[in-house]
Design a protein around this ligand. Structure first.
Ligand code: SAH
Length: 362
């Protein structure tokens, strides 16, 4: 049973105490633990307009109305890890495994470049086939297509040495969600992995100089408000440059089959709170949210999200990168732009670096 945000299905009138706390959070970018827990325990749909209002004001401080695009290339669904929620974990014997050839990766990137996209996220399961040298070759080839473009890797837990090598090869961003900052929740979901090692990776990647993405799932089985508080406190303290927040979506071919998924509303609340805690963070409207709610990305933009990651993986592979089922696969850039303009935002095709990483224009 999911025990988070227990009152969010209610449509009460706005609660003046929650409004005061959200305002305080907007002013201070932080709250006491008991104040944050009060929000998590008591928020209802009646409070969402206030949260959206302040989250939006906060995102305007640094990123105006821009929505940054990242082209996502899911280049391998082989994975040596056994994360209990994940459809591409080694436990799932029912999926076709694939690896993109170099020419297929480059073709995907070229397609993105032709659309005007300048930043690419290369994601995979933890696939030992990709040695440091192979990853370096991929990155160098992408950079040779366009030296200005930004390359993000998201290939899981590596050694410190590997993170250094990849940075030197030109990778400037690294995504590694912490998944769950509560040690007991993390441990219950990740066989053979430790939160300590996950944190080691995140700390190292940050110290090397990457723009770092952390993040977590909302609505995991047995997750509590206390666990969500730990996620919020972790992101506040670690202060990642990016933070991926999406609902847990239950996959029937995983050990978690039969559990409830998280909801879009829960995810929006966590997006709003994260924006208020981290004014400068880059916050994607995730595919998982859009999978649960066809209007999910537009809603996310109203709760502080400012990044969208259209999927550039070749059609024949993209439904095989099945972290969860019914993933939204179709992207039409014109349609995206129209929908974003309709709600008053602008698609920004620049590299969209975190504000602290932008080169000063003199
Ligand atoms: N191997 C890489 C990429 C993992 S997949 C890494 O370790 O970072 C990308 C993200 O998908 C994960 O970090 C996880 O948060 C999310 N994910 C996996 N299974 C999911 C599910 N069933 N529902 C929602 N999100 C899921």
């Amino acid at each position: 049973m999911c025990t988070i945000l227990p009152n969010l299905n209610k449509k009460n009138k706005p609660n003046p105490l929650i409004e005061a706390l959200i305002k305080k959070l907007y002013i201070q970018s932080n709250l006491e633990d008991n104040e944050m827990l009060y929000i998590l325990d008591n928020i209802t749909q009646g409070d969402l307009d206030i949260m959206s209002h302040y989250a939006t004001l906060m995102r305007f401080k640094y990123y105006d109305k821009s929505i940054y695009l990242r082209g996502l290339v899911e280049f391998s669904n082989y994975c040596k890890q056994g994360c209990l929620y994940c459809g591409i974990s080694r436990h799932n014997a029912n999926i076709d495994r694939y690896r993109l050839r170099m020419d297929e990766i480059l073709k995907s990137v070229k397609r993105g470049l032709a659309l005007g996209i300048q930043t690419f996220v290369l994601q995979s399961g933890e696939d030992p086939y990709y040695t440091d040298d192979k990853l370096v070759e991929i990155v160098k080839n992408i950079k040779s297509l366009n030296p200005q473009c930004a390359v993000t890797l998201s290939v899981g837990e590596l050694s410190n040495e590997s993170y250094h090598k990849l940075y030197e090869a030109g990778v400037e961003r690294y995504l590694l969600r912490h998944e769950a900052a509560s040690p007991s929740l993390y441990q219950s979901l990740h066989q053979g992995m430790t939160l300590v090692n996950r944190m080691r990776c995140l700390e190292e990647v940050k110290a090397i100089g990457y723009q770092v993405g952390a993040g977590f799932m909302v609505g995991l089985p047995h997750q509590t408000n206390d666990d969500l508080l730990k996620d919020l406190k972790f992101v506040k303290n670690f202060s990642p440059h990016m933070c991926g927040i999406g609902p847990f979506i239950c996959h029937p071919n995983t050990p978690l089959k039969g559990n409830k998924s998280g909801t879009a509303l829960q995810t929006l609340v966590m997006l709003g709170l994260t924006r208020l805690l981290l004014p400068k963070v880059l916050l994607p409207a995730t595919t998982a949210l859009e999978t649960l709610d066809p209007l999910g990305k537009e809603r996310a933009f109203k709760f502080g999200a400012n990044v969208l990651m259209p999927n550039l993986t070749p059609v024949i592979y993209k439904n095989k990168y099945e972290l969860y089922q019914n993933k939204v696969l179709k992207y039409n850039l014109e349609e995206i732009q129209n929908n974003i303009n309709k709600i008053g935002y602008i698609v920004d095709m620049s590299r969209g670096d975190h504000i602290d990483f932008r080169k000063e224009i003199l």
